[in-house]
Design a protein around this ligand. Structure first.
Ligand code: ATP
Length: 265
């Protein structure tokens, strides 16, 4: 039995229900529904303009849908602002990398650990001893993640000076530092060479297997999606075109047609 099949017997971790987004006159998403189950790597694909980024931005709460709902463990996330989704276990990375360029790698990762801690500056200053112990735990967490991702050697380097592939990995470390249940990856393969994409694929699978994290992957790199996803949702013109295993979706005539027809878009 594949992990995708066993996952489907359980309750969805995340449920996208009849989601629509309208920008002015443009319907960017039109009644899209699908479920994500614990332990899945779900690939979200579609030609240019299909609505992938719009859906991703709804999940990370940057966009407010015009209709429908997104449920995390059965509860709507739509009233939650973007800076409060880490608290319920959703973390994201950005396609073009959004690190604090002048901070060190470890400080960037510490930012991620803080997004899951619930202290604020006033209560923290009243409980200094406890906060110091909390800080020590967060530092240990950041160090553990840097070790896990092979980044300890650059822990004290300034983020901006690092190669792009390393910056992408630091961003992944920051997202993992928040200890998410769901990791949203926005085109993680973009800007990487063939070998780097291969390494990335292994890493994403390892993160799912070893850290028990469910992954949603928006990606143009079909080789990566088809080799690591156990469930694929294909969008076109804002609608769900097909979903299933990678081989089911890859051989679906509607998906083939959408990609062939997309060359002129
Ligand atoms: P790509 O693969 O090219 O990134 P995509 O699948 O991510 O495409 P979206 O960026 O979600 O597609 O776009 C879906 C549709 O919504 C397109 O027609 C796009 O022009 C439109 N759209 C997206 N964002 C906005 C916006 N902020 N304002 C107006 N229209 C938008």
């Amino acid at each position: 039995m594949t992990s995708g099949q066993s996952a489907r017997r359980r309750e969805p971790l995340l449920a996208v229900r009849d989601l629509s987004v309208v920008f002015g006159g443009i319907v960017a998403l039109n009644g899209v529904s699908f479920d994500m189950y614990p332990g899945q790597i779900l690939g979200l694909i579609g030609p240019n303009g299909a609505g992938k980024t719009t859906l991703f931005n709804c999940l990370s709460r940057l966009y407010q849908p015009s209709g429908g709902d997104i449920l995390m463990e059965g509860a709507s996330i739509l009233a939650r602002p973007p800076h409060r989704i880490a608290e319920i276990g959703i973390s994201r990375t950005f396609q073009n990398v959004a690190l604090f360029p002048n901070l060190s790698v470890i400080d960037n990762v510490r930012v991620g650990t803080h997004s899951r801690s619930n202290g604020d500056i006033i209560t923290d200053s009243l409980k200094l001893g406890r906060v110091r112990r909390g800080e020590a735990a967060l530092n240990r967490k950041a160090d553990e993640i840097l070790g896990y991702l092979g980044l300890r050697d650059v822990a004290h380097s300034v983020a901006a000076g690092l190669p792009f592939v390393t910056q992408k990995r630091v961003e992944l470390a920051r997202a993992l530092a928040a200890e998410p249940k769901i990791l949203l990856l926005d085109e993680p393969a973009s800007g990487l060479n063939h070998e780097e994409v291969h390494v990335l694929g292994d890493l994403i699978r390892r993160i799912r297997d070893e850290r028990d994290i469910t992954v949603l992957l928006v990606e143009h790199h079909m080789g990566l999606v088809m080799s690591i996803a156990d469930h694929v949702v294909a969008l076109n013109f804002g609608r769900k075109l097909a979903e299933g295993t990678p081989s089911q979706v890859q051989s679906d005539p509607r998906v083939i047609e959408a990609y062939l027809g997309s060359k002129d878009r």
